[in-house]
Ligand binder design. Sequence first.
Ligand code: ADP
Ligand code: MG
Length: 725
Amino acid sequence: MSLRFKVINEAIRRKAVAVNSPEGRPADYFGENVFNNEKMLKYLPKKSYEALLDTMQNGTFLDNGTAESVAAGMKKWAEEKGVTHYTHWFQPLTGGTAEKHDAFIEPDGKGGVVEEFSSKLLIQQEPDASSFPSGGIRNTFEARGYSAWDPTSPAFIVDDTLCIPTIFISYTGETLDYKAPLLKALAAVNRAATDVCHYFDPNVSKVFSYLGWEQEYFLVDEALWAVRPDLVLTGRTLLGHESAKNQQLEDHYFGSIPTRVAAFMKDLEFECLKLGIPLKTRHNEVAPNQFELAPVYEETNLANDHNILLMSIMKKVARRHCFRVLLHEKPFKGINGSGKHNNWSLGTNTGANLLSPGKTPEDKLRFITFIANVMMAVWKHNGLLKASISSATNAHRLGANEAPPAIISIFLGSQISAVLDGIEKGDNTIRMDGKQSLKFDIAHIPELLIDNTDRNRTSPFAFTGNRFEFRAVGSSSNCAGAMIALNTAVAEQLIDFKAAVDAKIAGGAAKENAIMEVVRDYVVKSRAICFDGNNYSDEWKAEAEKRGLDCETSVPLIFDRFLAESTVKMYAATNVLSEKELEARVDVEFETYTKKIQIEARVLGDIASNHIVPVALRYQEILLGKIEKVSRLFPEKLNEIAKADIEMVEKISGHVNKVRELTASLVDARKLANKIVDVREKAIAYHDNVAVLLDEIRYHIDKLELSVDNELWPLPKYRELLFIR
Ligand code: ADP
Ligand code: MG
């Protein structure tokens, strides 16, 4: 039996396994492995508890004495739970997380050991930065890097290790991770939005940014996965003909969850709830073997830590169930890819959601104020927002016939669009859905019926009633990339807004009039970013071009937006990223892009030469054997008996020759690109000259899959990868 049939057999025989079934109810074990409020109360002296809480809630400085007692409390808790190691847990620019585990033990000087965990170890560590991506910074300066405790995200336990969320910075203070700029962006939007809130409510002292991510993913049986080098090494299939049936019957979305998958989900939820990740929703997605899960939204920094943690927990739990999780944005050609919708909103310490339409006239004016500012921010920085979600892997979704298109626009829905039309015209009469006609003076914006907000699945940035859903984020990426750009853009915008309104007030305008005038100006200016139609249509591409929106589709060129003048200015004004940090980051983006395509090219070259061509030749050999026999035994009937075989031999030759030719070109293109020193130019060469060949080679391999004997075909086919579980 061929290896392929052996692994299919193995996969088919698997049963759902109930692993690790929870005792008690979710409320009993939620946050069990987190140093949360309950543990802080139990393990910290009252004064330290209050100081830490103040730091967590208000960002106040945490003194050394408090840190010492927090370290002692954490250690006591961790030891009671059998923990022996600790690690600073950080998010380098690789996109994953990094951890270096150290045992609590220290030599006692008398030949034994004591277990220690001081504030020094809690607050700061010094991992060698030279093995993490750092763009130019590493070359210019010392290799040293520091990780520093982020007390706003609670420590947690995984296996035998206490994990301390930290930021990661270079010796010279530049940030080398996602968390540090995210924290700065959140601080910037807090400051700017709080100031603007004071026009409406003097009691607001803090504005939180909230994130509710939805994580899409695929599951594949581990046995099938293991014999596909492309899945193992690149996370996606580089070849494979479409299955006769895939998602066309639309029978998978929200369908009943297969039992093996349900067992995996339960196990995963149990692990996540213990870690304080408030998972709430699970369902089948559109494509076969594609699923989604989503938690209740949280403050953005915590939500982001939880997403990163979830991705690593998912991979571990999947293996217990003999699955592999595919977080790649496009593991399979011809069916939907995976995204990570980032639901985003701003809320105040007084409990108001700034993106909720509200009831009172003040609420409505505040709502329209924030909507207009988001519109301006997204309009000004639409290129940067696209750059923030772009990658070699997400490129397979961008611009393909599914969310997201390669153009960022905002969907607002008919009701809000109608309100904006009114504002734009200076017309005070607003009609909504033909049902109501409301008179509104400046502050009297009509009550909006949020359940009337229609949905538009094709929009990359959609208003959904009380939040925006940024749908373009890639399933494998760190949400922080998108959240840094969005929150900073909104912060910069709100600062400008306040300055404009204050100037009008200083000129004698009444507050509400001043606000409304600036809002009207913004609505008129940024209306080009709003689009409620079909984002996949060619008409939209043409229209967006006319409107001056960023329509670039080449990922390396999209990365240029990170260094656009408007971007550099924005990050400097908000103190989130310096130009040097931006340059370093963009270098990392170019390098990562190049390496991903390079790996794919190597893997496909190997599969083509060592798996596909030999098998095609073997099948050709079988056909040639028959043709030879027929021509010997029935020479006069050759055309009658072996015509189709001869044609098939020719067809296979045609494709095999193309595969060989193109694979040789692929090697040449790679060699040429590798000679380029400049990281940007190199990434462009990989995009323009290498990536295109991958698709061309695939075309011929997929044709061969249709021709070659099924028994000989070495790699599990789409119908097996997607339907056996
Ligand atoms: P969808 O219908 O878009 O698939 P889901 O229920 O899967 O919706 O996910 C919606 C996500 O949006 C959840 O994580 C939810 O907690 C989050 N969410 C809801 N309200 C807000 C809000 N005000 N701010 C941010 N996220 C929110
Ligand atoms: Mg959903």
